[in-house]
Design a protein around this ligand. Structure first.
Ligand SMILES: NC(=O)c1ccc[n+]([C@@H]2O[C@H](COP(=O)([O-])OP(=O)(O)OC[C@H]3O[C@@H](n4cnc5c(N)ncnc54)[C@H](O)[C@@H]3O)[C@@H](O)[C@H]2O)c1
Length: 267
């Protein structure tokens, strides 16, 4: 596990920063990608910013990567189009664009995408929205959200995180991923106390909804509680793990769909 080089997007804050701290404490070299306080400064909300970031990562890693964590993201009440750009397109570009570099690792490369338990606990996310995102059709996705008015931001969030989870499930078991020495998995956190969650709590529409959201254990998670799982999923102990979506959410997912699993394991 020594001398690994790992890319962490969203490394400047919250779950990404906590992950960075754990990986560096374990001896890894982290290439942070963020708007600020990172090795690679970029704006993942634009296509030009994403392509520049991808090129910069490729140059910084010299063609070989041992791991990737995609944590950059935005949440409600941010504009729905911006959420799609950062959470979906800003994740997809790394999850597909760095495959060759990950396959070139000497060891078993590890990738953890940060999805969300909104994938299963947020009802009525349109399949058409998720399908449009997976087809990289941003115009259709944005047009579907336009008539949703005040619900658009939450649907964009859940839709973007569902698309991330489906991409993980689809890619992970293929010869190009599991068969090429890359383990691709995701975490699905519940409400975790970070600046992203605080912005939601401070909003007069979303604040009460977040506070009233049922969490069987009570309370919010901490960034380090999520990072601890990511660290494990990036370790040698996770060599046999591929395509898993790990919910770390105080029991919300189990509560809202206890009997769904394993009959219909839907994201
Ligand atoms: N906090 C929660 O309750 C929660 C729950 C489930 C999932 N998540 C997910 O966890 C991930 C991390 O979120 P967090 O809660 O740690 O939030 P955070 O705000 O602390 O961190 C998000 C990071 O993403 C970066 N970022 C945002 N827009 C960017 C852009 N355009 N270009 C580059 N970087 C950008 C920010 O600068 C920040 O450093 C997100 O994908 C979020 O959706 C969070």
């Amino acid at each position: 596990m020594a001398d690994r080089t790992i890319v962490v997007t969203g490394s400047a804050s919250g779950i990404g920063a906590a992950t960075r701290a754990r990986l560096e404490a374990g001896g890894d070299t982290v290439i942070g990608v963020d708007l600020r306080d990172a090795e690679i400064l970029c704006d993942l909300s634009t296509e030009a910013g994403r392509q520049q970031a991808l090129a910069d990562v490729r140059e910084a890693c010299g063609g070989t990567l041992d791991g990737l964590v995609t944590s950059a993201g935005l949440g409600p009440p941010i504009d729905s189009s911006l959420i799609l750009e950062v959470n979906w397109f800003g994740t997809e570009v790394f999850l597909t664009g760095l495959r060759d570099e990950l396959a070139a690792s000497d060891g078993v490369a590890k990738v953890v995408a940060v999805s969300s338990n909104s994938t299963t606990s947020s009802p009525n996310t349109p399949d058409e929205l998720v399908d449009a995102l997976l087809a990289l059709d941003g115009d259709t996705a944005k047009a579907l959200l336009e008539p949703m008015a005040e619900f658009a931001t939450q649907l964009a969030y859940a839709g973007s995180k569902t698309a991330v989870a489906r991409l993980v499930r689809r890619q992970a078991p293929t010869p190009e991923w599991a068969g090429s020495g890359i383990r691709l998995n995701a975490v699905a956190p519940g409400a975790t106390m970070t600046p992203l969650l605080q912005a939601g709590l401070d909003d007069e529409t979303f604040g009460p909804a977040i506070k009233n959201f049922p969490v069987p254990t009570g309370g919010f998670g901490t960034p380090d509680q999520i990072a601890a799982w990511i660290e494990m999923m990036m370790s040698d102990d996770a060599d046999f793990m591929a395509g898993s979506i790990v919910f770390i959410d105080g029991g919300t997912d189990a509560m809202v769909r206890a009997d769904d699993w394993p009959r219909t394991y839907q994201m």
